[in-house]
Design a protein around this ligand. Sequence first.
Ligand code: 6GU
Length: 227
Amino acid sequence: MRIDILTVVPELLESPLSHSIMKRARTKGLLEVNIHHLRDWAVNEYGQVDDYQYGGGAGMVMMPEPLANAIEALSAKTRYDEIIYMTPDGPPFNQSTANQLSLKENLLIICGHYKGIDERIRQHFITMDISIGDYVLSGGELAAAVVVDAVGRLLPGVLNDETSALFDSFQDNLLAPPVYTRPADFRGLKVPDILLSGDPRKIEEWRHDQSVQRTADRRPDLHQSSD
Ligand code: 6GU
């Protein structure tokens, strides 16, 4: 899978996508991430990409020309399955969206800054909006890193048996069960006996029960929803 990201702050994306599982995915060639600087398509020698908003009001808006030129230049080289705009007014991102995006070949992600991007770019170029939750970030970059991580780890070959995504929270609308490691007795706090029993069927049953219990206690809303 190839993901191109368009941003005015490339530094915000580099580190989150260069370590751990994202590093492995990219090194293995399973995920190609290209970060593009919008200033390369600035309207003047000062690197301008934003301007005051029509109608007045505080905050700058990202100008249509740099975005349109950048999107067209990138689209001439790659046929994108989706051109995604990261925005708090988009539909909330979840595991189901991550699963769907992991099946695509080429994605272009646009990170907004300031007050956002000119509405005409949204109407004419953007095919999908994504928000990562009901709060406002200073820009779309951290949100884009969240989406790339959530999608990238689902690509075949990125995770191994030990890190498999199949048992992640949310994959079946259930939260993951509690986990324990050595020692079996930590300051008098014991690991549940069943996990030491060596009975795989019982352990699986216990884990499922714990998942159901946890979900009912903490996220009753998840129980109702389903893919
Ligand atoms: Cl995608 N962008 C920004 N700027 N803020 C957000 C967001 C995205 N999702 C939640 N808050």
